[in-house]
Design a protein around this ligand. Structure first.
Ligand SMILES: NC(=O)c1ccc[n+]([C@@H]2O[C@H](COP(=O)([O-])OP(=O)(O)OC[C@H]3O[C@@H](n4cnc5c(N)ncnc54)[C@H](O)[C@@H]3O)[C@@H](O)[C@H]2O)c1
Length: 320
């Protein structure tokens, strides 16, 4: 397969690049490096002819031309702005999510591409009540943030492109994805933040009272679902999560247990627009992708702490 990944230099994209190269596919990455980095692609760049990188804004007209020229069989739309930029600049978030998708679809049409796989988000569901958890795809999506609205709108464009131009799609509603590569990110997310703090005995910073829940999904599991979606699950919105809500305070307790130390907690005010409860029912993904999450949270927490320990050893060796 020839595959194009928009946003392939980011956290999830770079892991997907590695997976698809290992499966023997030819992989092209389109990324403007606004959030991702070439360092994330160092291994892929060493892999030789099957990998190429194009530094380009997915919202630019030239993006459609590039797709038309490259003629990928499958396109992944993983380009997205960071959460903080998404909050500060909703128009840019919408541009990258929606206009970027339209550019990719325009190119896909010219290229005769078979399918677009979209990285959608749990933010599509909006505020869920505890009785709606874990959220099933049958639930009406009521996004309450600009980010959720943009991700939700993208699904409508995908459905229309399928209907009108025969371009298949899968929209994967990703839970909160975490993994070691986030440790190097400017906005690491709370699992990576907790891992760093726990490993050095610093307090864990919790927004609000910590009772808000998230569905934490390990990166390998997210990438497994994305890669399967290249061939399966067409015409569908599919949840990619564990189905398990984990309170932020419980996550903090898991890190404290993993380092066998009572860690202090620093409380900061809750964000006003933050969803209180998230968990995504993965039953449909099992049926249509043959996918299920396989990394328990405890194993993911251990993997993050090991990654921090490796980093600390490497820094120690440099200074020795
Ligand atoms: N990480 C999560 O927990 C999570 C959860 C739900 C959905 N998602 C979605 O998955 C996708 C990937 O997320 P991630 O965590 O890897 O984020 P990331 O910020 O690490 O990666 C996004 C990539 O998109 C690139 N990008 C941004 N604007 C661009 C533009 N205009 N043109 C080309 N490239 C551009 C960035 O440079 C970066 O490499 C995003 O669409 C995100 O909304 C992520």
């Amino acid at each position: 397969m020839r595959v194009l990944i928009a946003g392939g230099a980011g956290f999830i994209g770079a892991e997907l690049v590695g997976r698809l190269l290992a499966e023997g596919h030819a992989v092209e990455v389109l990324d403007d490096l606004s959030g991702g980095s070439l360092a994330n692609l160092a291994e892929a760049r060493r892999s030789g002819g099957a990998f190429r990188f194009h530094q380009l804004d997915v919202t630019a007209r030239a993006c459609s031309d590039l797709v038309a020229h490259l003629r990928p069989d499958v396109i992944f739309h993983l380009a997205g702005v960071s959460p903080s930029l998404g909050h500060a600049d909703p128009p840019r978030d919408a541009e990258v999510t929606v206009v970027g998708l339209l550019r990719l679809l325009e190119g896909a049409r010219a290229a005769g591409s078979r399918k677009v796989v979209m990285a959608s988000s749990w933010a599509c569901y909006g505020e869920l009540s505890p009785t709606e958890l874990p959220a099933h795809e049958h639930l009406a999506m009521r996004p309450s943030t600009p980010h959720g609205i943009a991700k939700r709108s993208a699904v409508d464009y995908l459905a229309a492109a399928r209907e009108r131009h025969g371009i298949e799609f899968s929209a994967l509603v990703l839970a909160s994805v975490y993994g070691p590569r986030q440790l190097a990110s400017q906005e690491p997310g709370c699992v990576a933040r907790f891992a760093r703090a726990a490993a050095s005995g610093r307090p864990l910073r919790i927004e609000g009272d910590g009772s808000q829940t998230r569905d934490f999904l390990y990166i390998d599991d997210a990438v497994d679902a994305l890669s399967r979606a290249a061939e399966r699950g067409s015409g569908l919105v599919l949840n990619v999560g564990t189905g398990q809500p984990t309170a932020i305070s419980e996550l903090a307790a898991r890190f404290a247990a993993a380092v066998a130390s009572p860690l202090a907690v620093e409380r900061v005010p809750a964000r006003l627009d933050e969803s209180m409860h998230v968990a995504l029912d993965p039953a449909r993904a099992l049926i249509h992708l043959g996918w299920r999450p396989f990394t328990p949270l405890g194993a993911g927490v251990a993997a993050l702490l090991e990654a921090v320990a490796r980093e600390q050893t490497a820094v120690g060796e440099v200074h020795a």
